[in-house]
Design a protein around this ligand. Structure first.
Ligand SMILES: Cc1ncc(COP(=O)(O)O)c(C=O)c1O
Length: 492
């Protein structure tokens, strides 16, 4: 075989990290003129290092075989290394590729829930063995009443496990196309806010407010307009303040009665005054969050805002089963209102979820069937809540510098402890707002409460009395001690 013919085996040069095999001049073929080079580290052969014993053709044939042999080894090695390189480059590139971590401005504009954060912190402490009394979360400490739970179990047994058209089973005074049933009242509210607000619209929210309202407004690119109320006025909205804050951008007013976090209940007369103002502003709609409707302490009574003259057309009434029926895990809420707005909520919901849990709907129908205001089952819980409220109002009323507005509904006490602000505590720092006071109380007395600033009022803290009377008694003792340490009473 001639050198020329052998060049066809070797001639092509190769690219990249693969080895190149070159024969410089076919006529100058001798061991020292051929080199194998490779970009592969440590791999460099020179035929000059091989001693040749054969002569003539035989030598050149052997030489050719050797070429082919070495070439084959190279190819196998080269392929293996090429594959490895590609794999490792790919792996390295995967490490190196920087993921764009930016989030939508919508997410960045929303604050996380402080109630959830404090509840989680208290739970972590309990799990670590710290005997924390948790009065932060707004979850009833009762079990779902047996007839409701049974209805849920039967719904599964009877095969009610497929989709339902929304509002199939509601038994309410609105027609089915005027109601959307959702996975909780929170979903009902956020869908309504998203459905009716345009960017730049204003959402009027009396403070103290439920933590989610302003964040929901922000999610809709609307602006929350906070309307402060005062403890001396039982945290009820002053209609004159509402009137003064209305502009052509005002789109929504969110009312919550009975209120979370204050427990205040709007008397009918005040709602009528508010309704008169609303009626003068054609763009203004009202979301009336009535989720605590059945947790109300006589003589207080509940008035549905939509029932007031002229308000049905512009009110979206929200309710749910979580609070009164101790059904937080069942996740069912609903919104009722004029078909035009409800269809819009439904349209959004159809892209958020394929429907509310059918089993929970069956259980909720049973809840509605318990009788007026939840019948005996709810009355029993209400009695316990009332007893706890009375105990807390009396106990905190006896502490120096505490301001209270007696709650008429829900299961929260929102008390003003701002007279304890401004105190320097050794090893802790200064207690100068609701957040530092709650941290101090968690630290010193191991009681978890929610700072009022989460609800738009930094002078107060929220105590949830969805806990047994004995738990509340222990909590009050601890809080009293911690407050006395903070500010010893001045002797008279
Ligand atoms: C005033 C108010 N509205 C709505 C909700 C949300 O209810 P759900 O758990 O049914 O979504 C809550 C829950 O704490 C609430 O306090």
């Amino acid at each position: 075989m001639t050198a020329a013919s052998s060049s066809s085996l070797l001639g092509s040069s190769r690219i990249g990290s693969r080895p190149t095999i070159s024969r410089l001049h076919s006529d100058s073929l001798n061991p020292s003129s051929i080199s194998f080079s490779s970009t592969l580290q440590g791999l460099s052969l020179s035929r000059g290092s091989i001693s040749w014993e054969e002569e003539g053709d035989r030598k050149s044939q052997l030489e050719e075989y050797l070429f082919i042999y070495v070439w084959q080894i190279f190819r196998v090695k080269e392929t293996a290394i090429f594959t490895w390189n590609r794999f490792s480059c790919h792996a390295q590139n995967m490490d190196r590729v920087e993921v764009d971590l930016s989030l939508s401005p919508r997410v960045n504009s929303v604050k996380p829930s402080k109630t959830v954060a404090i509840t989680d912190q208290a739970t972590a402490l309990v799990q670590a063995g710290v005997p924390v009394i948790r009065l932060a979360a707004g979850k009833p400490d009762f079990d779902t009443p047996a007839p409701i739970a049974e209805a849920g179990i039967n719904a599964i047994r009877e095969g009610h496990t497929r989709y339902t058209p929304n509002a199939e089973e509601n038994g309410l005074s609105y027609t089915p196309d005027q109601i959307v049933v959702s996975n909780g009242a929170k979903q009902s509210i956020v869908q309504a806010v998203l459905a009716v607000c345009s960017p730049g619209d204003e959402v009027l929210i009396p403070a103290p407010y439920w933590v989610s309202y302003p964040e929901m407004a922000r999610m809709a690119d609307a602006t929350p307009v906070i309307l402060p109320t005062s403890i001396s006025e039982d945290f009820l909205l002053d209609p004159k303040l509402l009137e003064s804050k209305l502009t052509e951008k005002s789109r929504l007013l969110i009312l919550c009665s009975p209120s979370n976090p204050t427990g205040s209940v709007y008397p009918r007369k005040l709602l009528e005054e508010i309704a008169e103002i609303v009626a003068r502003h054609p763009r203004l709609l009202v979301i009336s969050d009535e989720i605590y409707e059945h947790i109300i302490y006589a003589p207080a009574t509940h008035t549905s805002f939509a029932s007031l003259p002229g308000m049905w057309d512009r009110t979206l009434t929200v309710n749910g089963f979580f609070k009164a029926f101790a059904m937080n895990g069942w996740r069912l809420g609903y919104i009722a209102g004029p078909k035009h707005f409800i269809s819009a909520c439904n349209k959004l919901q159809s892209q958020f979820t394929s429907g509310a849990s059918r089993i929970s709907q069956k259980a909720s129908v049973a809840a509605l069937g318990l009788g007026y205001a939840g019948g005996e089952a709810v009355a029993t819980m209400l009695k316990a809540f009332r007893e706890r409220r009375d105990f807390l109002v009396k106990s905190f009323g006896e502490i120096d510098g505490v301001k209270i507005s007696e709650p008429r509904g829900a299961f929260y006490l929102f008390i003003d402890l701002s007279s304890y602000y401004g105190v320097e505590v050794d090893g802790f720092g200064t207690v100068n707002n609701s957040e530092s006071l709650c941290r101090y109380l968690l630290d010193k007395s191991q009681v978890a409460l929610v700072p009022g600033d989460a609800f738009g009022d930094d002078t107060c803290i929220r105590i949830s009395y969805a806990a047994s009377l004995s738990t509340l008694q222990a909590a009050v003792e601890r809080i009293k001690k911690a407050l006395v340490t903070l500010k010893p009473p001045v002797p008279v």
